[in-house]
Write a protein that binds this ligand. Structure first.
Ligand code: M6R
Length: 600
C-alpha cells in the first residue's frame, strides 16, 4: 500500500507528480503529499484526504523541476496531515516518502534517536532522522543513506531529497515495489509503471537492497555496499487508455463489463496454433510431478483458489489444499512429500502471499504464481508465472481478475489433466467461449441487478449468501464484494451449515441471496432457502437455466456446471455495485482499503 512518485528533469514537477499520484491512488487514499525542490530549497505540500484535496492546496506559483510524492494508506499513525508524507528531518535538510513498514522503528528511536523530537507518529520519520544523524556524523549523503538502510528491518520503497543538492533523488527498495522510469533529460520514480506512463514507457526494475542515484541524465543502481549494477530497461506494455475510466462512472463497472473480453483474451493467450489449450511444458510437468498442490492467496484471490481446487481435483484428479496466506506462515499444515505451491495474486505484490513464497522457496519447494502483473514481485520470485491477461484492474474491489483467475485455473487443470491422459469429457475452449457469451448476457442485465439491489439491500444492515459446493465459494466472494464496497455486514455460508448456528441471525426481512447453479444440490439449497424463509428471511434465489423455479429472482444463462462461478459471480458483483451506489459509497475507493496490500 501507499504509492510513491518522483520526477527530476526540466519541466515543472508538480503536475507530473500530482497526475502520477492520481494513478496510484488505488494504493492508498487517506492522505497525500508532494515535496518540490528548486534553488530556494524544498517545499512540502500535504493534506489529509484524496489527491484532489492535496491539489487544492498546492501553490501553483512554486516552480520546481525536482520532486517526490506519496499517497498513503495508514499503518503507523492515524490518517492526518501531520502523518501524511513527505516527512522531513529536524533541520529540514532531508525530505522522504516511504512505502512499507519499518519493524524496528521504535528500537531505532530509542537507541539511536533518543535526542530527536519527532513530529509524526509514523515509522517513516525514523528513516529521515537517521539519515540526517549519519550525515551529521561526517558521512556523505549517499553513505548515510546506505548506512541508514542497513539499520532498517522491514519493508520499504523510499525516495529522498537533499535540499543542498537539487540534482539528485536518492531511491531504495526492499520488499516493496519501486521502478525507475527513463526519459530524455529526465527520469522518474514510481511504485507502479502506470503512474508515469504519461511521460515514459521505459522502466528499470529495482531489486531488494539496492539504492539508486537518480539525476535527470543518469540512473545509477548500486548495492548497499556501493557496487554499481548494470540493468537494461524494459518497455511497459500498458496502454494508457487501459487505465482510464472512459465514459464509465466507475472503474468497477468498467472492469465488470470487461469480463467477456478478458475471458476471450485468455482463451487466445493459452491456445497453440492448432487452437488447443497449451501451457509451458515445464509448468505442466511440475504440476504433474507434485503429489499435492497448496494454493496460497488472500481475499478474492483466495476465493478463486477455492474454485480452482474444484477444477484441479475434478479434471486433473490431484489433491489440492487452499490456504489464506496471512495464516500460513505460522500455521503451516503438514506438507506432503512433493508439494507444489500456487500463489494467486492479482497484483503480484501482496505482502502476506510474498512472505509465504519466500518461506517455501527457502524450504526448497517449487512455486507458480498466477498474476495479472508481469514482472511483479511474486512473479519474479516464483519458479513459473501464469498471466491473467486481464489488463490493469484499478477498482479496489476485484472483479475481472477473479474471473480471469478462474479461467486460467481451469486451463491449468485441463492441460495438466490431458497431459497425463485423464479423461476430461468436455471441450474447455468451447465451454469458455460459451461462458464469455453468457457473461455478456449478465453485463447486459444491469437494470435487473440494480432492481435486485434496491429490492433486497436498500435498507438492510446485513445480508447472507448461501450455496452448496462450488456455489458456496462464489457466495463467499459475493459477500466480500458486498461488504467491502457497501459496508453492509455480509457473510457467505454453506447452505447446510446454517442450521448449526447462523440461522439464529435470521430476522424478519433479512436478505439471503442463494445460488442454485448445481443440479446435484439444487433441491438441498432450495430446502435451506425454505428454512430461512420460514424464519422471516427475504430470499433472493439466483439459479441456472434448466434448474429455475417460479420464485427465482434471476436465472443465469446455462454454462458448463463446473464453470458456473465465472458467471454467477457477475450477478453478485453487479448487485454489490448497485447496493454501494444506492448508499452513496465511494465504489472504487472504499473506506479503509487499498488495492495493493503490501504490508503483512
Ligand atoms: O493482489 P491480490 O490478489 O494478492 O490481492 C488480494 C486481496 O487483497 C484482494 O483480492 C482483496 O481482497 C480485494 N479488495 C477484494 O476485492
Amino acid at each position: 500500500m501507499c504509492g510513491i512518485v518522483g520526477y527530476i528533469g526540466n519541466q515543472d514537477a508538480k503536475e507530473i507528480l500530482l497526475k502520477g499520484l492520481e494513478k496510484l491512488e488505488y494504493r492508498g487514499y487517506d492522505s497525500a503529499g508532494i515535496a518540490v525542490q528548486n534553488d530556494n530549497g524544498v517545499t512540502v505540500f500535504k493534506e489529509k484526504g484524496r489527491i484532489a484535496d492535496l491539489r487544492e492546496h498546492v501553490d501553483t506559483d512554486v516552480l520546481a523541476t525536482t520532486g517526490i510524492g506519496h499517497t498513503r494508506w495508514a499503518t503507523h499513525g492515524v490518517p492526518s496531515k501531520v502523518n501524511a508524507h513527505p516527512h522531513q528531518s529536524t533541520s529540514s535538510r532531508f525530505t522522504i516518502v516511504h512505502n512499507g513498514v519499518i519493524e524496528n522503528y521504535s528500537m531505532i528511536k530509542r537507541e539511536e534517536l533518543s535526542d530527536v523530537s519527532f513530529v509524526s507518529e509514523t515509522d517513516t520519520e525514523v528513516i529521515v532522522q537517521l539519515i540526517e544523524k549519519r550525515v551529521n556524523e561526517g558521512n556523505s549523503v549517499e553513505a548515510s543513506f546506505r548506512l541508514a538502510l542497513k539499520s532498517l528491518k522491514g519493508s520499504y520503497a523510499i525516495a529522498l531529497l537533499d535540499n543542498q543538492n537539487e540534482e539528485v533523488i536518492y531511491v531504495a527498495k526492499n520488499k516493496s515495489p519501486l521502478l525507475v522510469g527513463l526519459g530524455e533529460s529526465f527520469n522518474v520514480v514510481a511504485s507502479d509503471a502506470m503512474a508515469m506512463l504519461q511521460v515514459t514507457d521505459q522502466f528499470v526494475e529495482l531489486m531488494d537492497k539496492e539504492i539508486v542515484i537518480v539525476t535527470k541524465e543518469n540512473v545509477t543502481i548500486k548495492t548497499l555496499e556501493g557496487e554499481v549494477i548494470e540493468r537494461a530497461p524494459y518497455t511497459a506494455e500498458l496502454d494508457a487508455s487501459d487505465i482510464e475510466k472512459g465514459t464509465y462512472p466507475h472503474y468497477m463497472l468498467k472492469e465488470i463489463d470487461e469480463q467477456p473480453l478478458v475471458t476471450r483474451k485468455i482463451i487466445q493467450a493459452y491456445q497453440d496454433i492448432n487452437g488447443d489449450l497449451t501451457i509451458d511444458s515445464d509448468i505442466v510437468r511440475t504440476v504433474n510431478d507434485a503429489d499435492r498442490i497448496y494454493i496460497v492467496a488472500c481475499g478474492t484471490s483466495y476465493h478463486a483458489g477455492l474454485v480452482g481446487k474444484q477444477f484441479i481435483e475434478t479434471m486433473a484428479k490431484k489433491p489440492v489444499e487452499v490456504h489464506v496466506a496471512s495464516e500460513f506462515s505460522y500455521n503451516m499444515p503438514l506438507l506432503s512429500e512433493k508439494p507444489l505451491f500456487i500463489f494467486i495474486s492479482q497484483s503480484g505484490e501482496t505482502a502476506d502471499s510474498r512472505a509465504v513464497l519466500v518461506q517455501v522457496k527457502e524450504m526448497g519447494h517449487k512455486a507458480i504464481t498466477i498474476t495479472n502483473v508481469p514482472g511483479s514481485t511474486l512473479s519474479r520470485e516464483a519458479d513459473y508465472t501464469l498471466l491473467l491477461h486481464a489488463g490493469p484492474e484499478i477498482a479496489v474491489a476485484s472483479t475481472k481478475a477473479y474471473t480471469a483467475q478462474l479461467a486460467v485455473l481451469a486451463i491449468l487443470a485441463n492441460v495438466t489433466a490431458k497431459a497425463t491422459g485423464k479423461d476430461v469429457n468436455f471441450d474447455l475452449v468451447q465451454e469458455l467461449g460459451i461462458v464469455a457469451n453468457a457473461m455478456e448476457v449478465l453485463c447486459d442485465a444491469k437494470e435487473e441487478m440494480e432492481e435486485l439491489a434496491r429490492n433486497y439491500l436498500a435498507t438492510t444492515r446485513n445480508c447472507f449468501f448461501i450455496g452448496r459446493g462450488i456455489d458456496f465459494y462464489v457466495g463467499l466472494e459475493g459477500a466480500l464484494k458486498l461488504k467491502e464496497i457497501s459496508y453492509i455486514q455480509a457473510e457467505g455460508f454453506a447452505g447446510g451449515e446454517l442450521k448449526h448456528g447462523t440461522i439464529a441471525l435470521i430476522e424478519d426481512g433479512t436478505p439471503v441471496i442463494a445460488l442454485a447453479t448445481q443440479e446435484s444440490v439444487n433441491l438441498s439449497i432450495r430446502g435451506n432457502v425454505k428454512e430461512v424463509a420460514a424464519r422471516g428471511a427475504n430470499p433472493c434465489i439466483i439459479s441456472m437455466k434448466g434448474l429455475e423455479e417460479e420464485e427465482d429472482a434471476f436465472v443465469l444463462p446455462e454454462v458448463h456446471s463446473l464453470l458456473t462461478p465465472l458467471i454467477s459471480v457477475i450477478a453478485l458483483q453487479l448487485i454489490s455495485y448497485y447496493a454501494a451506489l444506492h448508499r452513496d459509497c465511494d465504489v472504487d475507493k472504499p473506506r479503509n482499503l487499498a488495492k495493493s496490500v503490501t504490508v503483512e
